[in-house]
Design a protein around this ligand. Structure first.
Ligand code: AMP
Length: 580
């Protein structure tokens, strides 16, 4: 490994139980903030980190602090303060995932609006990590139901947000309950004076870390972004693949697992694609790059590490399917196109929470990134029709059609119909497997897996309208797609063919059913258990205020770009539900 290769996780000194999880969730290498924070926090130093969401800061503090934790001791050792309930849940979920192999480990999210009694019960049972909003934590302290006197570390996350929300006094009061010798890390996207003041008062000789954003210019690359909204990223990508003039493409995702999953999904939709990640041998990687160069492969789905230094002239497009962790990675990614003086195109998918990173990227590259509208269904249809016409014309020019011409004459005289009708019927037959008219996409209900390491999604595309149900069992209860299918079909007597997409989250799951359950079925299924947890099934109504919330009408039969052969029509259902 050359000296400018980034560190690997195994070099950072983390406990083996955490390294095992990192491998499973598929993080290939530490993000810049992780590479800097992890050794310092492992060494017990206090930290003042300027970093925003998306940089990997949750893992930057969770991994080392969990490494130092003593799971056999059943009292709070780590407290993470967050400004919002959403962030508390998100951090708690991440911590739960990272602590997967710490025996007897418990994390408790604590926030307002949640049942106090339940929180109390869990606190009494003993938790090692508490993640919460300052208000509710203070309530517990005042009631004496939460003791912070044995904390070994405190993390203040998004300190500038806490300030904005008026939580600073509470934060200071909470800190006064923690032992003075505890370790403290404070993260903030910006460093206003008030935040620095708190750092001065409560951090002990902190190391300051700032994820620098170098300015760079990338002139030969036109840059656009699409705000993730309404459609699944995969459907958005499919539209782009169909509508743009593409030669070669690199798609960047965050994890090794995603490289494989996305490449498979694209293959299933008829686009020639392959993964490129650090788990592949050097020989395999070289082979993939070679295929991309010579054109037997058009799309490579890569992690940042695997695509470093890649120089393939025919790459016309770079798609940032997952937003990068820092601006440098972005600049590096889009530098894979616009090679050898050719013009390149970069497209960035930005989820609502990632808007800040978009602004940082624009600052760092000193170039505005234009918002793009996705090609409409009409655009796609027009493009398919255009390609179809070209194919017909090319056939007319290059083939001997005498036999077929007399066949048409036969049909005409047998059935007494004109050439136009016959040609129309034939065109219909030709496109039946991949309709020329674009069908509807899958609409997003709410992409809960965004930003979370824990949510594993198992997909199956369905062509009919579905109804979404929520089950109160999730990954934290050891649930896998097979368990859900089994429980619903065997015990719940739901026709297994009616079970559609299954999304398993940390504490609950969502299941799409083609046939809505009647009240009697619902009642029966409520009490069925998986791993001793009752399913408590209920209609999931989060998506219902979105017009197309629950309609999954994606059939996957498409005319792919470059006249490839038709794709298989169905995405595989609950493919090998390995843990992520
Ligand atoms: P955060 O900045 O903590 O909100 O993390 C942003 C996202 O990056 C989360 O989805 C994490 O699961 C993911 N992530 C964190 N560290 C890494 C890493 N080293 N490699 C790939 N993805 C990561």
């Amino acid at each position: 490994m050359s000296s400018n290769e980034p560190l690997s996780f195994s070099e950072l000194g983390l406990a083996p139980a955490l390294l095992k999880v990192i491998d499973e969730v598929g993080y290939e290498s530490p993000t810049p903030i992780q590479a800097q924070s992890i050794p310092l926090l492992l060494a017990g130093r206090d930290l003042l980190g300027q970093a925003q969401t998306g940089t990997g800061k949750t893992a930057a503090f969770s991994l080392p602090l969990l490494s130092r934790l003593k799971p056999e001791l059943k009292y709070p050792q780590l407290l993470v303060l967050t400004p919002t309930r959403e962030l508390a849940l998100q951090v708690a979920e991440a911590v739960q995932t990272y602590a997967r192999y710490l025996p007897g480990f418990q994390v408790l999210p604590v926030y307002g609006g949640q049942n106090m009694v339940q929180q109390l019960r869990q606190l009494q049972r003993g938790v090692q990590v508490v993640v919460g909003t300052p208000g509710r934590i203070k309530d517990h302290l005042n009631r004496g139901t939460l003791k912070l006197d044995k904390l070994s570390a405190v993390v203040i996350d998004e300190a500038d947000e806490m300030l904005k929300m008026g939580f600073i006094e509470e934060v200071e009061e909470i800190l006064s309950h923690a032992p003075p010798e505890r370790q403290t890390a404070l993260f903030s996207a910006t460093m206003p004076q008030e935040v620095l003041k708190i750092a001065r008062r409560h951090l002990n000789d902190p190391v300051e870390i700032r994820i620098k954003s170098k300015t760079s210019t990338v002139e030969l690359v036109s840059q656009r972004y699409w705000q993730v909204k309404g459609l699944h990223k995969l459907d958005a990508l499919t539209r782009i693949l169909e509508a743009e003039e593409i030669d070669g493409m690199i798609i960047f995702v965050r994890t090794k697992i995603s490289t494989v999953e996305l490449a498979e999904k694209l293959e299933a939709r008829g686009f020639s694609s392959a993964p490129l990640n650090g788990d592949m041998t050097q020989v395999m990687r070289e082979k993939t790059v070679e295929r991309l160069k010579e054109g037997s492969l058009d799309i490579v789905v890569a992690t940042d590490v695997a695509a470093r230094g890649l120089d393939v002239k025919r790459i016309s497009h770079v798609v940032n399917y997952d937003i990068p962790h820092d601006t440098e990675a972005y600049v590096h990614r889009i530098g894979r196109t616009g090679r050898a003086g050719r013009e390149g195109k970069a497209i960035l998918f930005v989820a609502p929470r990632e808007k800040r990173m978009l602004a940082s990227i624009e600052r760092a590259t000193r170039q505005p990134i234009k918002a793009m509208a996705l090609p409409s269904r009409k655009d796609i249809t027009n493009r398919r029709v255009g390609l179809f016409k070209e194919q017909v014309n090319a056939t007319l020019e290059s083939q001997d059609l005498e036999f077929f011409e007399s066949l048409i004459d036969d049909i005409q005289s047998d059935y007494d119909i004109g050439h136009r009708r016959i040609a129309a019927a034939m065109a219909f037959l030709l496109q039946k497997e991949r309709p020329l008219q674009m069908e509807e996409d899958t609409f997003v209900q709410e992409d809960l897996s965004e930003q979370r390491p824990a949510g594993r999604r198992t997909e199956r595309s369905t062509s009919e309208q579905t109804t979404c149900y929520r089950l109160e069992v999730g990954r934290s209860h050891g649930v896998e797609p097979g368990n859900i299918v089994g429980a619903l079909s065997n015990e719940g007597r739901v026709d297994s063919r009616a079970i559609g997409r299954i999304n398993i989250f940390e504490h609950f799951s969502l299941v799409d059913l083609l046939i809505p359950l009647d009240p009697a079925q619902l009642k029966r299924i409520k009490d069925i258990s998986i791993n001793q947890r009752p399913l408590q099934i209920s209609l999931d109504n989060r998506g219902q205020n979105q017009p197309d919330g629950h309609k999954s009408t994606n059939r996957g039969k498409r005319i792919a770009g470059k006249g490839r052969s038709p794709a298989p029509t169905k995405a595989p259902r609950s493919r090998n539900p390995k843990r992520s």
